[in-house]
Design a protein around this ligand. Sequence first.
Ligand code: FES
Length: 131
Amino acid sequence: MPFYSEKGMDHWHQPRNVGEIPDADGIGEVGNPVCGDMMTFYIKVQDNRIVDIKFKTFGCGAAIAVSSMVSEMAKGKTIEEALKITNELVAQELGGLPPNKMHCSNLGADALHKAIEDYLKKKEQKDAGKV
Ligand code: FES
């Protein structure tokens, strides 16, 4: 069993916000160097707020639960608030992860932050009139 908590098990078995946003404003993809698993986050932003978020994770149960938790934590948050979501916070929210699964939790916030960076980069280009 990869989790200590019921919350972790719940997010593993019934992950929230699985899928893809075809016209996403930002996309972030990360790979786990330890196991080779992949995670992609898609965000939709309106008035500086994450109004929709979806993810696709090809990974273990812990990675799926972490993605699900990150998506719930980030939904409705402003860009600044979402940038404050850390891997530690996510693991904490899940009620802790077994030590041998901590590397899996590192993907979550990283993928979210990458999607935000992608959004900010695109926004900057748009604002500069390059797109
Ligand atoms: Fe690959 Fe957990 S074993 S992300």
